[in-house]
Design a protein around this ligand. Sequence first.
Ligand SMILES: [Zn+2]
Length: 296
Amino acid sequence: MLKIGSHVSLSSPHYLVGSVNEALSYNANSFMVYSGAPQNTRRVSTSLFRLDEAKELMKEANIPQENVILHAPYIINLANTVKESTYELAVNFLVQEIQRAQEMDIKVMVLHPGSHVGAGVQLGTQQIIKGLNEVMSQVDMKDTIIALETMAGKGTEIGRSFEELKAIYDGVIQKENIGYCLDTCHIHDAGYDVSDFDAVLDQFDLLLGLSNLKVVHVNDSKNLLGAGKDRHANIGYGEIGFDNLIKIIYHPRLAHLPKILETPYIDKKAPYKLEINSIIKREFEDKLIERIQADE
Ligand SMILES: [Zn+2]
Protein backbone atom coordinates (compact mmCIF):
# COMPACT_ATOMS: atom_id res chain seq x y z
CA MET A 1 0.00 0.00 0.00
CA LEU A 2 1.21 3.47 -0.90
CA LYS A 3 2.61 5.34 2.11
CA ILE A 4 1.83 8.96 1.42
CA GLY A 5 1.67 12.04 3.61
CA SER A 6 3.10 15.46 4.22
CA HIS A 7 4.87 17.39 6.88
CA VAL A 8 2.35 18.43 9.54
CA SER A 9 2.60 20.72 12.53
CA LEU A 10 3.27 19.61 16.07
CA SER A 11 2.21 22.34 18.40
CA SER A 12 0.36 23.36 21.53
CA PRO A 13 -2.19 22.40 22.77
CA HIS A 14 -2.85 19.14 20.91
CA TYR A 15 0.73 18.24 19.97
CA LEU A 16 1.02 14.80 18.38
CA VAL A 17 -2.74 14.23 18.53
CA GLY A 18 -3.04 17.39 16.45
CA SER A 19 -0.39 16.10 14.04
CA VAL A 20 -2.22 12.81 13.51
CA ASN A 21 -5.53 14.61 13.02
CA GLU A 22 -3.95 16.99 10.54
CA ALA A 23 -2.52 14.04 8.57
CA LEU A 24 -5.92 12.33 8.61
CA SER A 25 -7.58 15.51 7.34
CA TYR A 26 -5.38 15.15 4.21
CA ASN A 27 -6.24 11.43 3.88
CA ALA A 28 -2.59 10.70 4.57
CA ASN A 29 -1.33 7.45 6.09
CA SER A 30 2.12 8.82 6.80
CA PHE A 31 3.49 12.12 8.10
CA MET A 32 6.58 14.02 9.14
CA VAL A 33 6.96 16.42 12.05
CA TYR A 34 9.53 18.77 13.45
CA SER A 35 9.63 18.30 17.21
CA GLY A 36 9.32 22.10 17.54
CA ALA A 37 9.76 25.10 15.26
CA PRO A 38 12.16 24.14 12.43
CA GLN A 39 13.97 27.47 12.54
CA ASN A 40 14.82 27.44 16.24
CA THR A 41 15.91 25.08 18.98
CA ARG A 42 13.30 25.89 21.61
CA ARG A 43 11.65 22.59 22.54
CA VAL A 44 9.00 21.54 25.03
CA SER A 45 9.20 18.19 26.80
CA THR A 46 7.81 15.25 24.84
CA SER A 47 5.83 14.39 27.99
CA LEU A 48 3.39 17.09 26.83
CA PHE A 49 2.99 15.54 23.38
CA ARG A 50 -0.01 13.29 24.22
CA LEU A 51 1.88 10.34 22.79
CA ASP A 52 -0.43 7.60 24.07
CA GLU A 53 -3.54 9.25 22.68
CA ALA A 54 -1.78 9.85 19.37
CA LYS A 55 -0.77 6.19 19.19
CA GLU A 56 -4.35 5.12 19.88
CA LEU A 57 -5.58 7.41 17.13
CA MET A 58 -2.99 6.06 14.69
CA LYS A 59 -4.01 2.51 15.51
CA GLU A 60 -7.64 3.28 14.77
CA ALA A 61 -6.66 4.97 11.52
CA ASN A 62 -4.29 2.17 10.49
CA ILE A 63 -1.21 4.38 10.44
CA PRO A 64 1.75 2.21 11.37
CA GLN A 65 4.35 3.82 13.62
CA GLU A 66 7.06 3.32 10.96
CA ASN A 67 5.22 5.77 8.67
CA VAL A 68 6.08 8.64 11.03
CA ILE A 69 9.25 10.62 10.34
CA LEU A 70 11.02 13.30 12.37
CA HIS A 71 12.90 16.18 10.74
CA ALA A 72 15.73 17.85 12.66
CA PRO A 73 15.53 21.67 12.57
CA TYR A 74 17.28 23.09 9.55
CA ILE A 75 19.25 25.66 11.51
CA ILE A 76 21.42 22.83 12.80
CA ASN A 77 24.74 23.05 11.00
CA LEU A 78 27.27 20.36 11.80
CA ALA A 79 29.47 21.51 8.91
CA ASN A 80 30.36 24.85 10.43
CA THR A 81 34.10 25.16 11.07
CA VAL A 82 33.98 28.94 11.14
CA LYS A 83 31.94 29.45 14.29
CA GLU A 84 32.67 26.95 17.04
CA SER A 85 29.45 27.79 18.89
CA THR A 86 27.28 26.88 15.88
CA TYR A 87 28.91 23.48 15.65
CA GLU A 88 28.62 22.86 19.39
CA LEU A 89 25.00 23.86 19.41
CA ALA A 90 24.40 21.45 16.54
CA VAL A 91 26.01 18.53 18.36
CA ASN A 92 24.20 19.19 21.63
CA PHE A 93 20.90 19.76 19.94
CA LEU A 94 21.17 16.62 17.83
CA VAL A 95 21.85 14.51 20.89
CA GLN A 96 18.67 15.89 22.43
CA GLU A 97 16.73 15.47 19.23
CA ILE A 98 17.68 11.79 18.98
CA GLN A 99 16.51 11.27 22.53
CA ARG A 100 13.26 13.00 21.62
CA ALA A 101 12.84 10.78 18.56
CA GLN A 102 13.26 7.74 20.79
CA GLU A 103 10.77 9.11 23.32
CA MET A 104 8.32 9.59 20.45
CA ASP A 105 9.09 6.11 19.14
CA ILE A 106 10.17 7.51 15.78
CA LYS A 107 12.97 5.57 14.09
CA VAL A 108 13.97 7.87 11.23
CA MET A 109 15.20 11.42 11.74
CA VAL A 110 15.95 13.46 8.62
CA LEU A 111 18.98 15.74 8.82
CA HIS A 112 20.38 18.31 6.40
CA PRO A 113 24.09 17.45 6.42
CA GLY A 114 25.13 21.10 6.72
CA SER A 115 26.68 24.08 4.95
CA HIS A 116 30.41 24.71 4.94
CA VAL A 117 29.88 28.52 4.96
CA GLY A 118 32.93 29.18 2.83
CA ALA A 119 35.43 26.76 4.33
CA GLY A 120 35.05 24.33 1.44
CA VAL A 121 33.36 20.98 0.95
CA GLN A 122 36.27 18.97 2.30
CA LEU A 123 36.59 20.80 5.63
CA GLY A 124 32.82 20.94 5.99
CA THR A 125 32.53 17.22 5.36
CA GLN A 126 35.21 16.45 7.95
CA GLN A 127 33.31 18.56 10.46
CA ILE A 128 30.03 16.77 9.75
CA ILE A 129 31.75 13.42 10.26
CA LYS A 130 33.33 14.62 13.50
CA GLY A 131 29.95 15.90 14.65
CA LEU A 132 28.04 12.73 13.82
CA ASN A 133 30.65 10.59 15.56
CA GLU A 134 30.52 12.86 18.60
CA VAL A 135 26.72 12.75 18.68
CA MET A 136 26.69 8.98 18.41
CA SER A 137 29.23 8.61 21.21
CA GLN A 138 27.08 10.77 23.49
CA VAL A 139 23.74 9.06 23.00
CA ASP A 140 22.68 5.43 22.78
CA MET A 141 21.45 5.38 19.18
CA LYS A 142 19.61 2.04 19.51
CA ASP A 143 17.83 1.55 16.17
CA THR A 144 17.43 5.27 15.44
CA ILE A 145 18.51 6.23 11.93
CA ILE A 146 19.89 9.64 11.01
CA ALA A 147 18.70 10.03 7.41
CA LEU A 148 21.05 12.43 5.60
CA GLU A 149 19.05 14.39 3.06
CA THR A 150 20.08 14.93 -0.55
CA MET A 151 20.50 18.70 -0.90
CA ALA A 152 20.01 21.11 -3.81
CA GLY A 153 23.41 22.75 -3.43
CA LYS A 154 21.98 26.13 -2.49
CA GLY A 155 24.66 28.40 -0.99
CA THR A 156 27.35 26.19 0.48
CA GLU A 157 25.21 23.14 1.20
CA ILE A 158 26.97 19.78 1.41
CA GLY A 159 25.12 16.70 0.18
CA ARG A 160 24.34 17.92 -3.32
CA SER A 161 25.63 14.70 -4.85
CA PHE A 162 25.49 11.06 -3.83
CA GLU A 163 29.30 11.17 -3.72
CA GLU A 164 29.22 13.91 -1.08
CA LEU A 165 26.82 11.87 1.06
CA LYS A 166 29.00 8.80 0.59
CA ALA A 167 32.03 10.73 1.86
CA ILE A 168 30.13 11.49 5.08
CA TYR A 169 29.01 7.88 5.43
CA ASP A 170 32.56 6.63 4.94
CA GLY A 171 33.80 8.66 7.90
CA VAL A 172 31.04 7.72 10.34
CA ILE A 173 31.94 4.95 12.75
CA GLN A 174 28.43 3.70 13.58
CA LYS A 175 27.35 3.17 9.99
CA GLU A 176 24.31 1.11 10.99
CA ASN A 177 22.67 4.31 12.27
CA ILE A 178 23.09 6.23 9.01
CA GLY A 179 20.45 6.28 6.28
CA TYR A 180 19.25 8.71 3.61
CA CYS A 181 16.32 10.86 2.61
CA LEU A 182 15.90 11.51 -1.11
CA ASP A 183 14.23 14.82 -1.99
CA THR A 184 13.01 14.93 -5.59
CA CYS A 185 13.20 18.74 -5.82
CA HIS A 186 16.68 18.84 -4.32
CA ILE A 187 18.19 16.18 -6.60
CA HIS A 188 16.60 17.83 -9.65
CA ASP A 189 17.99 21.21 -8.58
CA ALA A 190 21.35 19.53 -7.96
CA GLY A 191 21.41 18.25 -11.53
CA TYR A 192 20.00 14.70 -11.43
CA ASP A 193 17.60 14.17 -14.32
CA VAL A 194 14.69 12.38 -12.62
CA SER A 195 12.91 11.81 -15.94
CA ASP A 196 15.34 8.89 -16.16
CA PHE A 197 14.69 7.84 -12.59
CA ASP A 198 15.92 4.27 -12.96
CA ALA A 199 19.35 5.59 -13.86
CA VAL A 200 19.28 7.90 -10.82
CA LEU A 201 18.29 5.00 -8.57
CA ASP A 202 21.04 2.80 -10.00
CA GLN A 203 23.57 5.48 -9.21
CA PHE A 204 22.12 5.91 -5.72
CA ASP A 205 22.27 2.17 -5.16
CA LEU A 206 25.84 1.90 -6.37
CA LEU A 207 27.12 4.67 -4.08
CA LEU A 208 24.81 4.64 -1.09
CA GLY A 209 22.85 1.39 -1.20
CA LEU A 210 19.15 1.54 -1.87
CA SER A 211 18.46 -0.38 1.35
CA ASN A 212 19.78 2.66 3.25
CA LEU A 213 17.15 4.92 1.74
CA LYS A 214 14.53 5.47 4.45
CA VAL A 215 12.18 8.18 3.19
CA VAL A 216 11.40 10.17 0.04
CA HIS A 217 10.49 13.87 0.04
CA VAL A 218 8.21 14.38 -2.95
CA ASN A 219 8.27 17.94 -4.23
CA ASP A 220 8.11 19.50 -7.64
CA SER A 221 10.70 22.20 -8.38
CA LYS A 222 10.34 25.82 -9.45
CA ASN A 223 13.79 25.68 -11.01
CA LEU A 224 15.40 24.21 -14.07
CA LEU A 225 17.46 21.04 -13.83
CA GLY A 226 20.77 21.78 -12.11
CA ALA A 227 19.82 25.28 -10.94
CA GLY A 228 21.25 24.60 -7.47
CA LYS A 229 18.46 26.63 -5.89
CA ASP A 230 15.95 24.60 -3.81
CA ARG A 231 12.50 26.06 -4.33
CA HIS A 232 9.68 23.55 -3.93
CA ALA A 233 6.65 23.65 -6.23
CA ASN A 234 3.25 22.00 -5.95
CA ILE A 235 2.86 18.54 -7.50
CA GLY A 236 2.74 18.91 -11.28
CA TYR A 237 3.32 22.68 -11.13
CA GLY A 238 7.07 22.67 -11.57
CA GLU A 239 9.90 21.60 -13.80
CA ILE A 240 9.81 17.94 -12.77
CA GLY A 241 6.18 17.53 -13.73
CA PHE A 242 3.32 15.29 -12.65
CA ASP A 243 4.16 12.18 -14.69
CA ASN A 244 7.75 12.03 -13.51
CA LEU A 245 6.67 12.47 -9.88
CA ILE A 246 4.03 9.74 -10.21
CA LYS A 247 6.66 7.35 -11.59
CA ILE A 248 8.84 8.05 -8.56
CA ILE A 249 5.99 7.78 -6.07
CA TYR A 250 4.88 4.43 -7.50
CA HIS A 251 8.35 3.13 -8.31
CA PRO A 252 8.42 -0.56 -7.28
CA ARG A 253 11.91 -0.23 -5.75
CA LEU A 254 10.60 2.52 -3.43
CA ALA A 255 7.23 0.91 -2.64
CA HIS A 256 8.09 0.29 1.02
CA LEU A 257 9.13 3.89 1.75
CA PRO A 258 7.05 6.77 3.14
CA LYS A 259 6.60 9.60 0.60
CA ILE A 260 6.36 13.01 2.25
CA LEU A 261 5.12 16.17 0.54
CA GLU A 262 6.70 19.49 1.50
CA THR A 263 5.05 21.51 -1.25
CA PRO A 264 4.19 25.18 -0.70
CA TYR A 265 1.02 26.41 0.94
CA ILE A 266 -1.37 28.38 -1.23
CA ASP A 267 -2.89 31.48 0.38
CA LYS A 268 -1.67 30.14 3.74
CA LYS A 269 -3.65 26.93 3.17
CA ALA A 270 -2.15 23.45 2.95
CA PRO A 271 -2.41 21.87 -0.52
CA TYR A 272 -1.88 18.33 0.74
CA LYS A 273 -5.42 16.95 0.69
CA LEU A 274 -5.86 17.77 -2.99
CA GLU A 275 -2.32 16.73 -3.86
CA ILE A 276 -2.68 13.38 -2.12
CA ASN A 277 -6.02 12.85 -3.83
CA SER A 278 -4.48 13.58 -7.21
CA ILE A 279 -1.57 11.21 -6.46
CA ILE A 280 -3.91 8.41 -5.42
CA LYS A 281 -6.01 8.90 -8.55
CA ARG A 282 -2.85 9.43 -10.63
CA GLU A 283 -4.59 12.35 -12.25
CA PHE A 284 -3.06 15.82 -12.42
CA GLU A 285 -5.07 18.39 -10.41
CA ASP A 286 -5.05 21.27 -12.85
CA LYS A 287 -7.28 23.44 -10.66
CA LEU A 288 -5.22 23.08 -7.48
CA ILE A 289 -4.71 26.77 -6.87
CA GLU A 290 -8.29 27.80 -7.71
CA ARG A 291 -9.75 25.00 -5.60
CA ILE A 292 -7.66 25.85 -2.57
CA GLN A 293 -8.40 29.54 -2.95
CA ALA A 294 -12.10 28.66 -3.09
CA ASP A 295 -11.68 26.59 0.12
CA GLU A 296 -12.93 23.38 -1.42
ZN1 LIG B 1 14.81 18.57 4.70
